[in-house]
Design a protein around this ligand. Structure first.
Ligand code: ADP
Length: 697
């Protein structure tokens, strides 16, 4: 099992984030409290100051005006009603800064008054106001007249020496209109902006503006108008407050960021862990893997765990599947072996009955022959599969003439496979035959195609089976195609048919028989040759297998078309001497029977040593059929001894070992050809023909 590396954990992010959150919350709360307090106290402070200032300034204005009105000459004026004061003097704004002056006698009747453009109305002071003035001695009030809002100052006219308990002799009234210049003057003095409104509505407080309202009242203390004094707050205080707000904003931002990161680094990964634990959810594992630090490691562990788990599940399924396949294979194998064996035993027993007609005998023998061959094929497949699984099977590359290879294959299948004679079995002519030999393993290539073609023939009841190859130079490959119009393979089963022991297709397949190894062997071989096998199939319509291998020409060898010059061994004069090196009497007998009727002289050697001796002493030996496993000296050693002395003598190996590796070994040793036991008659004569022809040419 792979060891998982877990990085040492980074600084505790969790603690950091939690700490940051707590710190941010405390910071924000402190700042908020501080700002609220400081803002309130600053504003209160400044507001008080402002109000104080305004009150003092307006009071100062009142006192000054009143002081300027307390003049001794006014009493004389009351007496003379004229001299000493003239209109211009009353109108002198530098003295009283007034728009109107009125002088009243004790009878409340106006004695004299001034006029100005601003205040045109005369005698606008109500009698009750004068009566009140009589009691208070001096007063300031406001009136709404036809000229607008008027500020009125009143003072009693008294004798100059009458200070302790002054007695009114008359009334001196001074009025100013509250107009723009007046407002501007007050604004300047109070360093504020002034707005006068006719109702008692409160104005909304403004940010960073100090606000103070003064209600103007008449002599009965009744509302006349409201004056708002407004002054911008001190700038630096505003800046301080702004800075505090900025700090607050940053703190909030910090808090938000820490919340987001808490979510990102803690909540989300923790949720992901829960989900991964509960369901093994892949997305959650991805989330953890994409998170920094400890969680990343946890994610990696989860992933590794999930992989192991899925591997285990797969392995378990495979084991169960394999178990099932094996038991079905065993019963299949037993059936596959029993069928030919039963035939062999049964027909042999029948043959023992001497009363049989020749024709019947031949028929039984052919059944035995076929059954024997079937058994050999089964054993071959089993051995091949076990070699593939133990990685003993290796490709043996040679230069292969593709045209003749495919043609030979077609011919041999056509002759040997009964089904190939029943249905339309065709070779697809290639559009462009391979111009050079191709580097591949001919034996394995033939095996793959044979498997595909025999399957196609097996699983096709009517229609056609065809195969062939095309050179695809553009893609540097050779594509072999095997097409049939048979049962076809259900789409769901197509992925399984290359598994060993796997047989699909239900009834027809079990009737047809087979071990389920052909395609597994073919696939393994195809991969060994650097190729692939794919298929297209429709149930009930047929199947097309494509077997593709890389194209590699062996350009040093040109393909020459050989004329098929048959050299058939026929009855008549003796055409040669064959040495059969065979220790087994029955096998030798079989050879003798097979050769019966052919014009060969046959010489026997019972071991390798004898074979060597006979070859040395008989230059007329034309061909040797050499058994591999013999006492005293085996076939390989005998060949080694004979070959240097008789280099042109065809020596054909005959062996019960039939694996590809055995064949490779035989060819490597220098045998001209080989034939496997049990000996096939046609193949034997094909080989003898070919070898003798070689010798002749
Ligand atoms: P076997 O032929 O011994 O059963 P194979 O490995 O050669 O084993 O094939 C596996 C299975 O694939 C067969 O049992 C059959 O169900 C299916 N199959 C293979 N070739 C064909 C084909 N040409 N048409 C229909 N089915 C096929």
């Amino acid at each position: 099992m792979k060891k998982i590396e877990v990085k040492k954990s980074k600084p505790k992010i969790i603690l950091l984030v939690v700490g940051m959150n707590v710190f941010s919350i405390l910071l924000v709360l402190t700042i908020l409290l501080y700002i609220t307090n400081i803002k309130k106290s600053i504003l209160d402070n400044y507001n008080n100051q402002f109000q104080d200032e305004i009150t003092r300034i307006t009071q100062l204005g009142f006192n000054q005006t009143v002081a300027s009105m307390e003049r001794n000459d006014l009493i004389d004026y009351l007496k003379t009603k004229n001299s000493g004061l003239n209109n211009e003097m009353y109108a002198d704004s530098s003295l009283f800064k007034s728009d109107y002056i009125g002088v009243y006698g004790l009878d409340n009747k106006i004695i004299n008054h001034t006029n100005s453009a601003k205040i045109k109305e005369v005698d606008f002071v109500p009698k009750e106001a004068l009566l009140a003035l009589n009691k208070s001695g001096k007063s300031r009030f406001y009136l709404k007249t036809s000229d607008g809002i008027i500020q009125v100052f009143g003072i009693i006219i008294k004798k100059s020496n009458d200070t302790i308990n002054p007695k009114a002799e008359g009334y001196f009234i001074l009025a100013r209109k509250i107009d723009l210049p007046f407002k501007q003057r007050i604004e300047k003095i109070t360093n504020s902006t002034i707005s006068v409104i006719g109702n008692q509505k409160n104005r909304a407080a403004k940010n960073y503006i100090l606000q103070y309202k003064v209600d103007l009242k008449d002599y009965k203390n009744e509302f006349v108008a409201r004056v708002y004094f407004e002054r911008p707050f001190e700038k630096f205080i505003a800046t301080i407050l702004k800075s505090l707000y900025f700090i607050l904003f940053i703190s909030l931002l910090l808090l938000l960021v820490s919340f987001i990161y808490t979510e990102k680094w803690i909540s989300i990964p923790l949720n992901a862990i829960t989900k991964a634990l509960e369901t093994g959810n892949k997305e959650s594992i991805e989330i953890l893997k994409n998170t920094e630090g400890d969680f990343k490691n946890i994610g990696t562990l989860f992933e590794e765990n999930a992989k192991q788990k899925s591997k285990l599940v797969k392995a378990k399924l495979k084991a169960e599947e394999s178990d099932k396949l094996k038991s079905s294979f065993l019963s299949n194998l037993s059936h596959e072996i029993r069928t030919p064996l039963n035939a062999i035993v049964g027909f042999t027993e029948l043959l023992m009955n001497t009363n049989l007609e020749d024709e019947e005998k031949l028929e039984y023998l052919s059944v035995i022959d076929k059954s024997g061959k079937n058994l050999i094929a089964i054993i071959d497949d089993l051995i091949e599969m076990s070699k593939i699984e133990s990685h003993q099977a290796k490709p043996n590359y040679t230069a292969v003439n593709m045209e003749s290879c495919i043609k030979d294959l077609y011919d041999s299948i056509k002759i040997t496979n009964k089904k190939a004679q029943k249905i339309d079995f065709k070779l697809i002519e290639s559009k462009k035959p391979a111009p050079y030999p191709i580097k591949t393993d001919e034996v394995k290539l033939k095996q793959i195609i044979t498997n595909l073609v025999t399957n196609a023939l097996k699983f096709t009841e009517q229609g056609s089976v065809e195969f062939g190859y095309e050179i695809d130079e553009a893609n540097n490959r050779i594509v072999f195609k095997v097409k049939d119009t048979g049962f076809g393979i259900d789409e769901n089963n197509q992925q399984y048919i290359f598994d060993r022991f796997r047989r699909v297709g239900g009834d027809h397949t079990s009737k047809i028989g087979g071990l389920g190894l052909g395609l597994a062997i073919s696939k393994a071989y195809a991969e060994m040759l650097g190729g692939t096998i794919t298929l297209e199939s429709k149930l009930g319509k047929g199947t097309e297998f494509y077997f593709i291998i890389p194209l590699e020409y062996v350009k040093s060898q040109k393909i020459t078309v050989q004329s098929v010059n048959e050299l058939t061994i026929s009855k008549g004069e003796e055409i040669g001497t064959i040495l059969i090196a065979e220790d087994d009497n029955i096998n030798f007998l079989l050879f003798q029977k097979l050769m019966k009727g052919k014009n060969f002289r046959i010489v026997r050697a019972e071991n390798g040593q004898q074979a060597v001796d006979i070859c040395f002493n008989n230059p007329n030996i034309d061909l040797v059929l050499m058994d591999i496993k013999m006492p005293i000296m085996d076939g390989f050693e005998a060949l080694e001894k004979i070959a240097p002395i008789r280099p042109n003598l065809p020596i054909i190996a005959q062996t019960a070992f039939s694996s590809n590796e055995d064949k490779d070994r035989i060819f490597k040793a220098g045998f001209t050809d080989y034939i496997t036991k049990p000996i096939n008659r046609e193949r034997l004569f094909e080989i003898i023909d070919a070898s003798l022809k070689k010798k002749v040419s």
